[in-house]
Design a protein around this ligand. Structure first.
Ligand code: UTP
Length: 474
């Protein structure tokens, strides 16, 4: 039996969480060390404050109504090109972006700490086999995109991957197994986001899933801000001359990694935070939308809008809530540094969830009741903090095909279908029509776009047959 580490019992007593040590004497030394580390990682003062504030849900709903009423369609927007002048603007931006990439001024941030519960895949989502023919993983698609960009533009592109305690070790093992797909390991960095405990919604007591194990989960993609700073990566990137970050989520294989036009538009407009948006397909589509509120860009969550509000139009006849967030952003390094000053944290949001836990006798309670509060930070809460934010319309079919759910919308089937459709379109541009029933998969190392594919085919670097599978072969 070991006594509890100094300070732990006092800290727990201060926040009325002494029950976390109830089984201390029955734990092995290893379990005790692990529990002490879990307790150490929790900011109990914040947990207590947010839990105490959470019963005011009604008040925050009222605030939500006001936000919706004050919303206007965003103003600082660059739409997809529809005229020669637009084309020229996009071209200039792409050239500027190309220079920045060649000069090594841009790093990639992949947020890969989520638990992917809707997909129900038993591993980190980045390991999901998405390639329609090869089953290459999401991580491999991104790795090949970055390698292809480096090859095309010549500059170094550091790759920063945010993991969580739920995904960290398996992700690193996966990269090791694949020999980092040929990356110089010094240019890839993994850093872990923080965790937050689940608390019993009525008492505020932190829940445990077993005697030495606290119910902890990642603190949301907004945990990025603190994690980048505390890992030392933000300072390292500044020293290495990085000026901006291309931010994307681990679930969208059709993202145009480091899109030179987006990189260029961000920099030419002196933007602190630039967001790629797409037009919502119908008013009630479950996507967060960007709006202007009181001179700031903010996100309105789809759950904040009723049907009538979601379809609301402004004086020009345009939907107010059209600009769906694809979660592809550019961040200026100086803006991220600014966010890390003060307490350096984005606001916590509370969600009521079902969380299995042990009771006071140590018995496992499996529940479908919404018994617990979980806490998360959202990266888009950085938007209103930017004094210069830019919104850029993306091409939805080309760049936004995420894997969120096991079936239906935004599922592996729709995302693989999109990869294959894009491949067929590029082949058609190169003069090779393939039947719709054939699945096509183009490695980013073969081509990053239709033009590159056409020249790879013309040079004989690849053949059409290598890129397609007909149904009989599947
Ligand atoms: P989602 O909001 O889709 O959450 O994350 P999720 O955890 O992946 O999936 P569900 O909701 O449990 O089904 C969007 C992106 O943010 C990352 C995810 O890895 C994904 O790239 N993320 C999310 C984090 O990095 N950390 C988090 O704590 C949450």
């Amino acid at each position: 039996m070991t006594t509890t580490p100094p300070g732990v019992a006092t800290k727990l007593a201060e926040y009325r969480q002494e029950h976390l040590l109830q089984w201390w004497d029955e734990l092995s030394a290893e379990q005790q060390n692990s529990l002490a580390a879990q307790i150490e990682s929790i900011d109990f003062a914040t947990v207590q404050r947010v839990w105490q504030e959470s019963p005011n849900a009604a008040a925050s709903l009222d605030a939500g109504v006001d936000r919706v009423q004050q919303s206007a369609a965003p103003k600082a927007v660059v739409l997809q090109p529809s005229s020669e002048a637009d084309e020229a603007q996009w071209q200039r931006a792409a050239e500027a972006g190309t220079h920045l990439l060649a000069d090594g001024k841009v790093a990639v941030i992949t947020v890969a700490g989520g638990q992917g519960s809707r997909l129900g895949f038993a591993h980190p989502k980045g390991m999901f086999p998405i390639g329609p023919n090869s089953s290459r993983s999401l991580f491999q698609v991104f790795a090949e995109q970055i390698l292809a960009r480096k090859r095309r533009h010549g500059g170094e592109i550091p790759w920063l991957i945010m993991t969580s305690s739920a995904t960290h070790s398996e992700t690193i093992k996966f990269f090791e197994q694949h020999d980092y797909w040929g990356f110089d390991r010094n240019t890839v960095a993994f850093f872990q986001q923080g965790s937050m405990p689940a608390v019993d919604a009525s008492s505020g007591r932190v829940l445990m899933s077993a005697p030495g194990v606290i119910c902890l989960s990642p603190d949301g993609h907004g945990g990025l801000v603190t994690a980048l700073k505390s890992s030392g990566l933000l300072d390292r990137m500044a020293k290495e001359g990085i000026e901006s970050f291309f931010y994307h989520q681990v679930d969208n294989p059709t993202v145009i990694m480091c899109d030179p036009a987006l990189v260029g538009l961000h920099t030419l407009n002196d933007s602190q935070l630039t967001t790629n948006v797409v037009k919502k397909q119908h008013p009630m589509e479950p996507m967060g939308v960007l709006v202007d509120i009181d001179g700031h860009v903010e996100i309105i969550e789809y759950s904040e809008l009723d049907e009538q509000q979601a379809a609301g139009k402004d004086a020009s006849g345009q939907w107010v809530f059209w600009a769906g967030n694809t979660a592809i952003h550019m961040f200026s390094l100086t803006f991220l540094e600014q966010l890390t000053t003060g307490d350096g944290q984005l606001e916590l949001h509370v969600a009521r969830k079902s969380v299995d836990h042990i009771d006071t006798e140590g018995k496992l309670i499996q529940t479908s009741d919404l018994n617990a509060n979980k806490f998360e930070r959202f990266i888009f809460d950085a938007l209103p903090l930017a004094t210069t934010a830019l919104i850029v319309e993306g091409n939805r079919e080309r760049e936004f095909n995420p894997v969120k759910n096991a079936d239906g919308n935004d599922s592996p089937a729709t995302s693989r279908g999109a990869l294959s459709r894009i491949g067929r379109e590029w082949l058609a541009t190169a003069g090779h029509s393939v039947p719709e029933t054939a699945t096509v998969e183009i490695s980013p190392l073969t081509a990053l776009d239709a033009k590159e594919l056409a020249s790879s085919l013309a040079d004989g670097r690849v053949t059409v047959g290598e890129l397609i599978k007909s149904p009989a072969e599947k």
